[in-house]
Design a protein around this ligand. Structure first.
Ligand SMILES: Nc1ncnc2c1ncn2[C@@H]1O[C@H](COP(=O)(O)OP(=O)(O)O)[C@@H](O)[C@H]1O
Ligand SMILES: [Mg+2]
Length: 297
């Protein structure tokens, strides 16, 4: 047990400072995640896609001066993919040697003292979750024919999950919840989403407002089961600005905004069971309603 490495505190003030520069609002979440990571804890971030989880994590890692290793969680993320493998052709000529081991993201994160960020964590196979669980308890792991990998003191795990994922968050073992802290990241309020879209696109205020209102309507619409995150609003504005240029218009006209909204939103939302209209009709209605609510003619 004496070989177990211990976590070292991180620059919690630097983390929160960078998050405040780059992330709109979310100050409480930034402070809590930074504090938990600095204290040597691991974190589960729970929220739907597009709620700024990656943006927050990246800014906290930069603020701490620690690398971020990002892994997409899915059913193909086997222990071998996560940990690493021996180069097959070199094994043929050289046999198994530490030098022909190709480290995977977990091994790299441990040896670099990085924050390992696993998105869609609840989709990861159980054997892979168990590997991570072992690393969280011991801060080291044994890799067959490679040897012992010890985590540097700044190594942490952050797992992100979408609570509305059909896979479900119940797949995650209680042992992992027990070894992590959980922070919920829901959709932000309209003011924050307006600031996110205005800052990222530089689009005109009226268009930004209509795009943000439209995505907010999609989240609470009887004909839709899954609505759009702020990404839908970002895409709508960016596409509309380009479309206006293509069409030689000085401003974004109503039909241009609608074309952009259809391209940006119809693939991001999911129709509710029993919905009878095509998704294009639903999105077109939502776009018009957003305009009406904001007092557009
Ligand atoms: N609070 C926020 N501050 C700044 N940008 C944000 C915020 N929330 C979302 N975004 C922007 O929205 C998009 C999606 O955010 P992202 O961090 O990738 O979300 P997630 O990881 O939760 O899916 C990115 O372009 C990101 O810059
Ligand atoms: Mg993300």
């Amino acid at each position: 047990m004496s070989t177990t490495t211990t976590a070292r505190r991180l620059d919690v003030t630097g983390m929160v400072r960078v998050a405040r520069e780059r992330v709109v609002a979310r100050i409480r979440e930034a402070e809590v995640v930074a504090a938990a990571l600095s204290a040597g804890r691991n974190v589960l971030l729970e929220g739907p896609p597009g709620t700024g989880k990656t943006t927050l994590l990246r800014s906290l890692a930069d603020g701490a001066g620690v690398p971020l290793v990002l892994v997409e969680g899915n059913a193909e993320l086997t222990p071998t993919r996560l940990v690493g493998h021996h180069d097959a052709s070199r094994v043929l000529t050289e046999d198994y040697r530490p030098e022909n081991f190709v480290p995977g993201p977990l091994t790299r994160a441990m040896t670099d003292g990085a924050i390992l960020y696993v998105e869609e964590f609840n989709r990861v196979p159980e054997e892979t979750m168990n590997v991570l669980l072992g690393v969280l308890s011991e801060r080291e792991m044994h890799v067959p024919r490679f040897g012992r990998v010890t985590a540097r003191p700044t190594f942490r795990l952050v797992a992100a999950m979408n609570p509305f994922d059909a896979v479900g968050t119940a797949r995650v073992t209680p042992a992992l919840y027990d070894r992590s802290c959980r922070v919920a990241m829901g959709y932000q309020d309209e003011e924050a989403e307006l600031a996110v879209v205005a800052t990222a696109t530089g689009g005109p205020a009226g268009l930004v407002a209509q795009a943000v209102r439209a995505v907010r309507i999609t989240r609470d619409h009887p004909e839709l089961r899954i609505g759009s995150s702020v990404r839908g609003a970002l895409d709508t504005v960016l596409i509309a600005l380009e479309l206006a240029t293509v069409r030689g218009h000085e401003a974004v006209e109503d039909t241009t905004g609608l074309d952009a909204a259809l391209a940006a939103l119809t693939g991001k939302v999911t129709l509710a069971d029993g919905a009878t209209r095509p998704v294009e009709d639903v999105v077109a209605d939502i776009w018009r309603r957003a305009g009406e609510e904001l007092g557009k003619a």
